[in-house]
Design a protein around this ligand. Structure first.
Ligand code: SAH
Ligand code: DHB
Ligand code: MG
Length: 215
């Protein structure tokens, strides 16, 4: 929708300083043929602000793509902080490594290449903040891992949890819809996460996110 896109343009111009590293990351990603599904700039900044609000020192990201959201989040970290990001596609991981190094955050980031389920199973460090943004059918499993890797007060964010309203289709056989509905079922009764979900519109269309805190 043109109006949503134009408003995002206005908001980004108003509030976000032009940033060569972030713009280069998107350009390199596009040049390498990666899909244009990184978070929008104002969404990346929202992630960064949330991480700063809780003083996050250890951040986990599931789904790196070209490292665009990774750069936003890594910049929330103190100098001795750390971000671990998980990516299954070697071509995406290669672009991300270039982008993270060019942005000056490579030394703060560990990129684990392979299926996120395998990488998550091997992690045991507690994280302060987790951003889940990979294959949507696995979201319930990723949230369970994120809770296991959390401490009281850790924050979990899940991207793309509305998908233009497709989540209303109870009989859908779309694995992304089935996975997202299963995510809400998991959250509904979860003993350790208190969560909300919010719809968004903007340059990335009509979608939404889940935000939760772990007890
Ligand atoms: N967070 C990024 C966008 C991620 S797009 C940003 O906003 O900039 C989703 C990414 O998840 C893709 O790069 C895709 O290759 C990756 N992915 C898909 N399935 C995965 C899996 N099973 N394990 C790890 N990564 C996966
Ligand atoms: C898709 C994935 C995303 O993480 C996103 O933000 C938008 C779209 C997708 O797989 O289509
Ligand atoms: Mg996403």
């Amino acid at each position: 929708m043109d109006l949503w896109n134009d408003i995002d343009g206005y908001l980004v111009d108003a509030l976000l300083a032009p940033d060569a590293a972030l713009e280069s990351a998107l350009r390199r990603s596009a040049d390498a043929g990666l899909p244009p599904i990184a978070v929008a700039p104002n969404q990346g900044k929202l992630l960064q602000l949330w991480a700063r609000m809780i003083g996050a020192r250890r951040i986990l990201e599931v789904g790196t793509l070209g490292g665009y959201s990774t750069i936003w989040l890594a910049r929330a970290l103190p100098a001795d902080g750390h971000l671990t990001t998980l990516e299954i596609d070697p071509a995406h991981a290669a672009v991300a490594r270039t982008n993270l190094d060019a942005a000056g955050v490579g030394s703060l980031v560990t990129l684990l290449e392979g299926p996120a389920a395998d990488s998550l199973a091997a992690l045991d460090e507690p994280f302060d903040f987790t951003f889940i943004d990979a294959d949507k059918p696995s979201n319930p499993a990723y949230v369970e891992h994120a809770v296991r890797l959390s401490h009281p007060g850790s924050v979990i964010v899940v991207d793309n949890t509305v998908r233009q309203g497709q989540i209303l289709q109870a009989g859908s056989d779309d694995p992304g819809v089935v996975g997202t509905r299963a995510l809400y079922e998991l959250l509904r009764g979860h003993p350790r996460i208190d969560a909300t979900a919010v719809q968004t519109v903007g340059s990335k269309g009509h979608d939404g996110f889940v935000l939760g805190i772990v007890s």
